[in-house]
Ligand binder design. Structure first.
Ligand code: NAD
Length: 381
């Protein structure tokens, strides 16, 4: 099959879905690779590097969509990109079918098969294709770097001839994939790191990374933090009050707060209130990784960095993976390459779209002119 990666059209997007290295792997599966000219430039991959990896450079998107059997992309397609698809073609990209009904309908009408990377089931076997986790990992790391670049002091404490410097205190709210990456980055930079999650079972992971888990004095904690399929559910009002009271106590002492708390299918819970921001020291930094879902911090402005009257910087960027485009493209392209490996069991360039396979079935949102989202519950745990 011919696998082609177009240039991303979303404003400010620097990632690309195929790297020279992933193309070499795709070719070992018996596929041919194409890329639109310049598609990898912002991620640090030149046309020359693709050419050396045996990739054919195509002059524009129209030609790419016309030639490729399988189009691989990062961002969900725009209408004009969907219009370039047709029966017999496959698109593999982030798609968010639950939030993009019209797009899903358009994909169905096109007759193309769409594999949504955000719908890959989060089961052990599919970890190598879990693009949500690879991007969340980068976002967590980058959130700390972003905080550091807006913070006027060291993370680590130092005793120097010019004076003693105290370590920074960092609080990470939400210890999922992004939160754990933020915790790891923060502790490795030498900050005193605290973390909180409604799922108390993550405490051990947090502590093993050298951070301190913030416990609440709340009897129902384990019940309220109960998982639903490994994810958080909405907290009771009493639990939420206990959580906010603890955060209020911590706020004046924290230099950096990284919020990552999300509940699938809902707006982000508001956990860092105006009075908490107002009680923080001037020069403190909040990075709100939940900005796209409304933000965990009351004062976050999506896609912007603001400084409050009391001198607290609040970063609400939503493009952290794109800000590390070389790394994120490398991991994302590897996730896609693994998906293609599962779709090419004979390693002979022939795609077998096995709708009996939980992972392929779970991620396929249109197939044979039908909408196949939502998928049935996976059989494998
Ligand atoms: P997410 O992005 O949906 O949420 C981020 C974190 O916010 C979660 O840890 C959640 O518990 C927390 N949170 C929600 N409400 C909160 C609140 N009020 N206060 C504090 N924290 C709050 O989660 P995610 O990073 O995508 O992963 C969540 C779960 O999925 C974890 O259990 C993770 O281990 C699991 N997971 C499994 C796999 C796999 O098996 N392949 C892959 C990735 C993630």
């Amino acid at each position: 099959m011919k696998i082609g990666a177009p240039r991303e059209t979303h404003k400010g997007e620097s990632r690309v879905a195929m790297t020279p290295k992933s193309a070499q792997e795709l070719r070992k599966l018996g596929h041919e690779c194409l890329i639109e000219t310049g598609a990898g430039t912002k991620a640090g991959f030149t046309d020359e590097a693709y050419r050396e990896a045996g990739v054919t450079i195509v002059e524009d998107a129209a030609k790419l969509y016309e030639t490729a059997d399988i189009v691989v992309k990062v961002r969900e397609p725009k209408d004009e990109e969907i219009e370039r698809l047709s029966k017999g073609k496959t698109l593999i990209s982030f798609f968010y079918p639950g939030q993009n009904e019209a797009l899903l309908e358009a994909a169905k009408t096109s007759g193309a098969t769409v594999i949504a990377m955000d719908m890959v089931p989060r089961i052990s076997r599919a970890q190598k294709m879990d693009a949500l986790s690879s991007m969340a990992n980068i976002a967590g790391y980058r959130a700390v770097i972003e905080a550091g670049s807006n913070f006027g002091r060291f993370f680590t404490g130092q005793v120097t001839a010019a004076g003693k410097v105290p370590p920074a205190k960092v609080l990470v709210v939400g210890a999922g994939v992004a939160g754990l990456a933020a915790i790891g980055t923060s502790t490795s930079l030498g900050a005193i790191t605290y973390a909180f999650d409604v799922r108390p079972e993550v405490a051990e992971q947090v502590e093993s990374m050298g951070a301190e888990f913030v416990y609440l004095d709340f009897a129902e904690e384990t019940k309220d933090g109960a998982e639903s399929g490994g994810y958080a559910s909405v907290s009771s009002p009493e639990f939420r009050e206990a959580q906010l009271a603890k955060f209020r106590e911590l706020a004046p002492d924290m230099d950096i707060v990284i919020t990552t708390a999300l509940i699938p299918g809902r707006e982000a819970p508001e956990l860092w209130t105006r009075d908490m921001v107002e009680s923080m020291k001037p020069g403190s930094v909040i990075v709100d990784l939940a900005a796209e879902k409304g933000g965990n911090c009351k004062l976050t402005v999506m896609d912007e960095k603001i400084v409050t009257d009391n001198g607290v910087t609040i970063v609400g960027y939503t493009d952290f993976p794109s800000r590390m485009a070389t790394q994120s493209s490398t991991l994302y392209a590897t996730n896609i390459r693994h998906m293609m490996a599962d779709l090419t069991p004979g390693k002979d360039g022939t795609v077998v779209h096995d709708m009996e396979d939980d992972v392929i079935r779970g991620a396929t949102v249109t197939h044979d002119g039908e909408i196949t989202y939502p998928p049935p519950k996976p059989k494998v745990k």
